[in-house]
Design a protein around this ligand. Structure first.
Ligand code: 1HE
Length: 260
């Protein structure tokens, strides 16, 4: 399926991975309103076979952020609605039906970093660079970055990126927590697909707990977090899929954890 500037296809023997590709390479995959709404719609109507998703970008860059050509004519109230539209769309990515892996390369800047931050895992190749040029453009993040990026790298690092225009390269990006995986140039998509297939094989309730419950526990006071954890643990372990997986291990039919 192709919407304007976005391509979607199914991958895996059971069509268990959804591949979402930004296809606006001529504009470095800059996110215009149509693209943001198409992303929202995709996550809202994800085919039932899909258990994990990968987002990547066509061309030399993952994403150049907000399409700045659409910013010119907006007044303050339109600005609020525009930001809220991004929030709603990226909420569908973070709290959508499946875990999402961003395959990063080249520029991951501004709203591109906000999109990547809404994903659950980020795999970066060594051409990746990260920046928040909003600071030097006289604007502010508006796609949830003020909430999500400090949770990845801390408020001090984000403040520095925006005040000084600091650009992190792929190695430093991985070191500070912008990506969980760093791979050679040109291999982020393959690595993301490999991880997606693995994730798609997990018990669905475990994936749901990790994408929907864990981030909420992280935002709760410890006392409430412990209680939510106990509830979630009880629900997950009562699922037939969990019982079968534990039985398989006890009967020697499941993989052991291996040292890497
Ligand atoms: C764009 C955009 C864009 C490229 N909006 N048109 N984001 C930024 O401030 C980043 C702006 N972009 C860049 O710094 C560079 O384009 C890149 C480092 C990403 C890539 O450089 P390069 O040399 O490969 O490409 P280019 O020649 O700069 O751009 C190719 C074309 O894409 C060119 O248009 P053309 O008609 O002259 O061919 C660029 O104008 C166009 N282009 N990036 C519109 N972002 C929810 S709030 C989020 C707030 C933000 O994200 S602000 C940060 C915006």
């Amino acid at each position: 399926m192709s919407k304007k500037h976005i391509h979607f296809e199914l991958y895996g023997e059971q069509h268990e991975v959804g591949i979402i590709r930004l296809t606006r390479a001529a504009k470095r995959n800059a996110l215009n309103d149509g693209l943001i709404l198409a992303l929202r719609d995709l996550f809202e109507k994800m085919p039932a076979s899909v258990r994990a998703a990968v987002i990547d970008g066509e061309g030399e860059h993952f994403c150049a952020g907000l399409d700045l050509s659409e910013l010119q004519e907006r007044d303050a109230s339109q600005g609020v609605f525009h930001s809220r539209m991004w929030h709603a769309a990226l909420e569908h990515v973070q709290y959508g039906p499946v875990p999402v892996i961003a395959a990063l390369h080249g520029a991951v800047v501004g709203g591109g970093l906000e999109l990547a931050s809404a994903c659950h895992i980020r795999v970066a190749d060594d051409t990746t660079f990260y920046a928040l040029p909003e600071g030097s453009r006289g604007i502010f993040v508006g796609g949830g970055g003020a909430v999500r990026i400090p949770r990845l790298i801390g408020t001090a690092r984000m403040t520095d990126m925006m005040l000084t225009g600091r650009v992190y390269n792929a190695q430093d990006g991985e070191r500070i927590g912008l990506a969980q995986y760093l791979v050679p140039a040109g291999t982020a998509f393959d690595k993301a697909c490999e991880l997606a297939l693995r994730i798609a094989g997990n018990a669905p309730m475990t994936n749901y707990a990790l994408t929907h419950v864990l981030p909420r526990i992280a935002d709760q006071p410890a006392d409430q977090g412990f209680m939510t954890e106990a509830m979630m643990a009880a629900i997950a372990q009562s699922a037939p899929a969990a019982k079968e997986r534990v039985r398989a291990f006890l009967e020697g039919r499941a993989d052991k954890v291996k040292k890497t």
